[in-house]
Design a protein around this ligand. Structure first.
Ligand SMILES: [Zn+2]
Length: 487
């Protein structure tokens, strides 16, 4: 562990302590929801989904930049999510769901393909998906599904990511300038829900199964919920922050109280929740030939002053930015919380299974209906700004291993967390160079077609392929360590 990392960890501990002192999550009252909700369901399917699920229509809701621990069903004390909490009472709430990247485009492409970023090739914003990469939408078309998407983040526009070409209907009417950077466009939740409801009501064939994906942008910074947002959160104890440390597009020049940013973030969640509730209400009035599958999740989280990171996401793999909510509702799924490890890549195989379609064995994701043991999921954070801080992680039941490397494929540093002894991940441990996860990550980095994290395909037809290197075995790693390349 380098001095630099250790220094960073000291900051992590101190600032976490400050933040959590006034954190609504620390109240005893958080148990209320748990007490009325069964936990740790092992067999949470009422029957074999393969036998019974077939042709289910799917509503997939993603809410950008949404941390699970700021939602009621994940024990947040503030009433940010009454509508989603009500939905969760008849759903399975996955407590250990992870994104593959703390960034919209790579994460969403993982969700819609079932592949990790090193396999689908999208590492940064504004990269377009390869035309020969198969998405869940392509599979569903072959089964005569009607497919539609309503997106509200400009990086998900057809031109920016290429996903729109896969859907039979793609609403990218994203035209409201962001508060602090007018060149970035978004669409607020009220219009997103209006568009989704309109599509549901205007479907040409009400009997045909459909796949509708609705992406909300609102909790993404800057945190400026509309005046009619349902909640107005306040706090008693200010948390002074150096304003220069706050991401520029989130920063309000006259606000240096970190707790106020948290209030405003929560107000955005409450606003999105109101609109998700309105969409769910409209969806639940529809008549279906088969019971529908409904999923609520997020593309990534947000740093809320933990460590040295203030109201941002995008580059690293700390849980605050890669841990996501995942809530799944279907009559074959028992309501309750489930602590198995899941990945955003699991959504594609899950949808295929409930549609009654075969699940390709090549996917990185696993349907939530399939039993797993010793599951390990992957995530990465690649800095598009060129600082050279690239982080890759493998997360298992009991431990999380991180390898950092620069714009080469040679690991620079590594650490791990014992998730049993240190669930808040405040005490990084040394990684043995023979540890399975470490070797696996090094192999992945070396065999990655884009090991420096540069985009394989940039929008605008710029190509930047890195060399495909061979695998790195333990012996090579020892040699690299002896040369000082790897700690
Ligand atoms: Zn995002």
């Amino acid at each position: 562990m380098t001095q630099k990392i250790l220094g960073g960890m000291v900051v992590v501990v101190v600032l976490c302590a400050v933040y959590f002192k006034s954190d609504p999550r620390d109240s005893q009252a958080r148990q209320t929801y748990r007490e009325s909700h069964p936990t740790k369901l092992q067999n949470f399917f009422t029957a074999a989904v393969k036998d019974q699920a077939n042709g289910a229509s799917v509503l997939l809701i993603t809410i950008d930049t949404l941390r699970p621990d700021h939602l009621g069903m994940y024990d947040y004390l503030r009433d940010t999510s009454p509508n989603m909490d009500a939905f969760a009472k008849t759903s399975t709430v996955f407590t250990r769901a992870y994104s593959t990247a703390p960034l919209t485009t790579p994460s969403i492409v993982s969700m819609l393909t079932g592949y990790n970023p090193n396999r689908h090739g999208i590492r940064l914003l504004w990269q377009r998906i390869d035309t020969d990469t198969i998405t869940v939408v392509d599979h569903l078309h072959r089964a005569a599904y009607e497919t539609a998407a309503i997106v509200s983040n400009i990086v998900l526009s057809k031109k920016a990511c290429g996903l729109g070409d896969r859907f039979s209907f793609y609403d990218e009417n994203v035209d409201e300038p962001e508060a602090n950077r007018p060149e970035m466009l978004e669409r607020r939740a009220v219009r997103t829900t209006d568009a989704a409801i309109q599509w549901l009501q205007n479907r040409r064939d009400p009997v045909r199964p459909f796949f509708l994906w609705v992406h909300y942008i609102d909790p993404h910074g800057p945190y400026d919920a509309p005046l009619d947002a349902p909640k107005d959160f306040t706090h008693d104890t200010p948390i002074p922050v150096e304003i220069e440390r706050i991401a520029e597009y989130v920063r309000e020049p006259d606000i240096s109280d970190g707790a106020e940013y948290v209030d405003r973030y929560d107000e955005e969640i409450a606003y999105a929740d109101r609109e998700v509730g309105r969409l769910l209400q409209a969806f639940d009035t529809l008549k279906f030939a088969q019971p529908p599958l409904t999923i609520i999740t997020s593309d990534h989280g947000e740093n809320m002053m933990e460590g040295h990171k203030f109201f941002s996401h995008g580059y690293e793999v700390n849980d605050e930015v890669i841990h996501i909510p995942l809530i799944v509702r279907h009559p074959l799924v028992k309501a309750g919380t489930n602590d198995r490890i899941t990945s955003i890549t699991d959504i594609t195989p899950t949808v295929l299974e409930f549609a009654g379609l075969p699940v390709p064995t090549s996917l990185d994701g696993i349907s939530i209906t399939q039993s797993t043991s010793n599951r390990i999921v992957y995530a990465e954070g690649l800095d598009s700004g060129g600082s050279g801080g690239l982080h890759r992680t493998l997360i298992g039941e009991n431990s999380k291993t991180v390898v950092q490397h620069g714009r080469s494929n040679i690991p620079r540093d590594s650490w791990r967390f014992d998730l049993i002894a240190d669930p808040k991940q405040q005490s990084p441990l040394t990684v043995s160079d023979s540890a399975a996860e470490f070797v696996q990550l090094c192999n992945l980095i070396r065999s990655d077609p884009d090991p420096g994290g540069r985009p394989v395909h940039l929008a605008g037809d710029q190509h930047s392929h890195g060399p495909v290197a061979g695998n790195t075995d333990a012996e090579t790693m020892r040699a690299l360590r002896s040369l000082g390349y790897v700690k």
